[in-house]
Design a protein around this ligand. Structure first.
Ligand SMILES: *Cc1c(COP(=O)(O)O)cnc(C)c1O
Length: 361
């Protein structure tokens, strides 16, 4: 069976080595030695000043919204994983959708200003599939209107844009280290901010608001990463070069073998050093997508409809129809992409897709 993605498993001996440190320290959570070490290693790997590790990639979005959006209207993308929108609603803010760019699939910066009202407090945009939003334009709009910028960087691990770590943009960026993500800690995530004062607030917010054992800076929640999660991260991080190399090769095979007269692929924004995190293809209509999916499933190959449905159609939001996002969501499929997927399998996937598309109706 070929799934859309497969978690990377480091050698078990490496994990034993890390867990032995935990047993020796007799320390399981509350910012132990391994969490701090992983934070340092990630700061270095990602070229960021400061990272706070969290227990997943959703809580950092919620914390950023709690601190920065404060119940206001949040301008956001309809084309992302559901967590981007559900976090807004969960934090009692109102999502205001702005449609996406048809090629880059990120929020269309040219439509943001018309969505701003006096209740707007923040912009929450996703670097979907690791493709950067137009961060410069978004920064200018935010400055002009006094808005905060939060990036859902769940797919942005290791991406550099104009020579800078993509996770360093915005007032806050978040990341996810879920098992299915490029770099993972089983479950996990991170919150990143360059602003010292804001970083302090985000930090105490992720640990119940604590200022020492008996005093509190303010309200907080528990979003701490545990030592067991950090142990996995410390084992996976040294393999990143190998993981990226393998994925790059697979992306090359897809690029060289798929028939792009029948389909289109994601266009990466110029100036981007991309991370090969996903391989989305866009079909000409939903019927041919369904036929292709069926043909692949028959061969035990299971791509996924990422991201479907368009988030402006969720039953707990109100929105004008986001027509570009709805069209893309209907027609997009993410192809299998993971460490050491067999080249022959990838070629077989391309053949099935090409054949189905060429012969459909
Ligand atoms: C995975 C993902 C999240 C959520 O991260 P978790 O670690 O699973 O909580 C949020 N946003 C996007 C775009 C994601 O893909």
């Amino acid at each position: 069976m070929i799934p859309v993605t497969k978690a990377f498993f480091p050698p078990i001996d490496n994990y034993h080595h890390q867990t032995r440190r935990i047993w020796k320290n007799q320390w399981l959570t509350n910012r132990g030695e391994l969490v701090k070490e992983l934070e340092k290693n990630l700061e270095q790997y990602l070229d960021l000043e400061s990272i706070v590790l969290t227990t997943n990639g959703t809580l950092p979005i919620q914390i950023a919204l709690k601190v920065l959006a404060q119940g206001g209207e949040v301008i956001t993308t309809p084309f992302s994983y559901v967590a981007t929108t559900s976090a807004i609603v969960w934090e009692n803010c109102k999502p205001v959708f702005v449609d996406i760019h048809p090629k880059y699939l990120t929020i269309d910066e040219n439509r943001i200003e018309e969505a701003i009202t006096e209740k707007t407090t923040a912009i929450l945009a996703t670097h979907v599939f690791g493709n950067p939003c137009n961060v410069e334009a978004i920064e200018r709009i935010a400055q002009k209107h006094g808005l905060k910028v939060i990036y859902d960087g769940a797919h942005a691990f290791g991406v550099f844009y104009n020579g800078k770590s993509l996770l360093g943009y915005g007032d806050v960026s978040t990341c996810s280290f879920h098992a299915t993500k490029l770099f993972h800690t089983g479950e996990g995530g991170a919150i990143i901010s360059k602003n010292k004062e804001l970083a302090h607030k985000l930090f105490y917010s992720h640990n119940f608001g604590h200022n020492g054992p008996t005093d509190f800076y303010g309200v907080g929640i528990n979003a701490k990463m545990s030592e067991l999660q950090a142990a996995m991260g410390l084992c996976v991080l040294p393999f990143m070069e190998k993981i990226l190399e393998s994925r790059k090769k697979t992306v090359g095979v897809y690029n060289n073998n798929l028939d792009f007269n029948q389909l289109s692929k994601l266009e990466i924004r110029p100036g981007t050093k991309w991370n090969f995190s996903y391989y989305p293809i866009i079909f000409r209509n939903e019927e041919v997508l369904e036929a292709t999916l069926e043909a692949l499933n028959l061969k035990d190959i299971f791509p996924r409809r990422y991201f479907f449905p368009s988030l402006d159609t969720l039953n707990y939001v109100e929105s004008d129809p986001m027509s570009v996002s709805r069209e893309i969501a209907k027609n997009v499929l993410c192809l299998p992409l993971f460490y050491n997927i067999e080249e022959n399998k990838v070629k077989e996937i391309c053949e099935i897709i090409n054949y189905t598309n060429l012969n459909f109706k």
